[in-house]
Design a protein around this ligand. Sequence first.
Ligand SMILES: Cc1ncc(C[n+]2csc(CCOP(=O)(O)OP(=O)(O)O)c2C)c(N)n1
Ligand SMILES: [Mg+2]
Length: 333
Amino acid sequence: MGKSNQSNYTNEFLQKLYRRMVLVREFELRAIEERRQGFIPGFIHSCVGEEATSVGACAALSNEDVITSTHRGHGHLLAKGGDPKYMMAELMARSTGYCLGRGGSLHLSDFDLGILGANGIVGGGIPSAVGAGLAFSMRKEPKVALAFFGDGASNEGSFHEAANLAGAWKLPVIFFCENNLYGEGTPLSKAAGISDISKRAEGYGFPGICIDGNNVIAVYEAVSEAKQRALSGNGSTLVEAKTYRFRGHYEGDPQVYRKPGEMEEWKKRDPIPTFRKALLDSGKFSEEEIQAVEASVQKELEEAVQFAKAAPMPQPEEALAGVYGDNHNGLVF
Ligand SMILES: Cc1ncc(C[n+]2csc(CCOP(=O)(O)OP(=O)(O)O)c2C)c(N)n1
Ligand SMILES: [Mg+2]
């Protein structure tokens, strides 16, 4: 049995991976539609096309492990077990959202699930993950911190400084680069002198590996190995997952920068239909079983949207809740 072969895994695990990928995709499409109808203020940076990276990576982590996310964070949250109800409510600026409706898409977090936060600052989450890794190391806790970031973020000083410390101190950190070939409208070839971000790991004294980010099993296996390395005291790993986003950098992006035919080529490798076909071809799942999973996602999302729309916006008198120390004014985060 070769590596990255789904026949090595239980049906329950495979179904979990498939359901989570469908949940991420459908959450994004629903959020885009709700925004179009005026229910979601602000920007949406969707991760449509990149579902295998978040889902594969988080499947290798436990609740105790932590992640830091990015501006394209919905998939990271859902993959780590984030609740679509509180996410949708936050996107709709409702008081029942993850941040009581004050943060929106870019500030989703759930500390109980080890989700230290989405982040509007490119590269901003990486040093936080290294800080968490340092805490685990000092307390001798068997946990890892995984930082999601993009190819664009890997050119930021924050990445290099954080990676340097993680290498020097052999911290239990997984640097997980989602290389979708672009930072906003700038192709990686115009922003860096290398095409494989994973090569940068050598400069910091830990391994870097490059994988197919559209293959959820390959992602899961790479992160599992990196986690094992970290928990054995051997320090960090840089995992570079090559992938592609199927929508604009943000909703409304005219996308004039894409190469002709590039999208069509990547769509042939769409992570969700590819995995769906593999599940059916394996004979482990019937078409009806797969459709039941897909229907259950739609039901969950419908409930999330209704939950969000039923809630009020935050009221002006609540503005200071959660700003100072323990003074939450009775509101619970
Ligand atoms: C420090 C900082 N610089 C610039 C920006 C504007 N900006 C937002 S997203 C983005 C591109 C990030 O590209 P990448 O890291 O590859 O992530 P992707 O959007 O491709 O997922 C930029 C430049 C920002 N938010 N923060
Ligand atoms: Mg990018």
